[in-house]
Design a protein around this ligand. Structure first.
Ligand SMILES: Cc1cc2nc3c(=O)[nH]c(=O)nc-3n(C[C@H](O)[C@H](O)[C@H](O)COP(=O)(O)O)c2cc1C
Length: 168
């Protein structure tokens, strides 16, 4: 079990374009009894409703979505490069078909009962504020539907308050 410290959010240096878009993150949701995790490369951080927030986009088909919907909290974990293969695993296998933690070699850990990945080096602990399913009538550019949603597997946008930042 790694030792993390809590960092004041004002001291956080975080480039969302490289961290999320290129290095990828892992969304983990659930309880101590059962949690699930998946890789994400879409999302962001910002300020909304007077709070520091993160937003992630989870398609209907993801098993993780069931855990997102059932629980008030989730986390987004970030990793050093050596975990790239594990992130590929979490992003290409479903928790419906097996134990993704055992198979990827990653370990769920808990802070305030919120699951995150112990091998991460930077963790956002998040409290859900809103969930909005992005439907076809939301699009203002016509190519988005055909490029990303031909199968109708739409994204839900979860906006969540960042309640703690952990680093090691
Ligand atoms: C690099 C990468 C980025 C991904 N980003 C997202 C994302 O932002 N949203 C999403 O719904 N799925 C994304 N996925 C796909 C899920 O991680 C994948 O479908 C996963 O197997 C879902 O697992 P689950 O069924 O256990 O939830 C991504 C996959 C990879 C490899």
């Amino acid at each position: 079990m790694h030792t993390f410290e809590t960092i004041p959010i004002d001291l956080v240096e975080f480039n969302p374009f490289t961290k999320i878009g290129k290095e990828w993150g892992v969304v983990t949701a659930g309880t101590k009894t059962k949690a699930n995790a998946m890789t994400i490369s879409w999302g962001g951080v910002g300020v909304l409703w007077g709070k520091n927030v993160v937003f992630v986009f989870i398609r209907d088909s993801r098993y993780t979505k069931e855990f997102m919907d059932r629980n008030e909290f989730f986390s987004v974990s970030f990793f050093s490069k050596e975990y790239r293969a594990a992130l590929n695993y979490l992003g290409s296998h479903s928790g419906r078909d097996g134990d993704k933690f055992a198979e990827s070699g990653l370990t769920p850990a808990y802070r305030h009962s919120i699951p995150y990945i112990d091998e991460g080096n930077f963790i956002l602990l998040c409290s859900k504020l809103s969930a909005t399913r992005i439907t076809e009538d939301s699009f203002l550019k016509s190519n988005l539907k055909e490029k990303w949603y031909q199968d109708g597997d739409m994204h839900t946008m979860y906006i969540a308050e960042i309640i703690d930042v952990l680093a090691r």
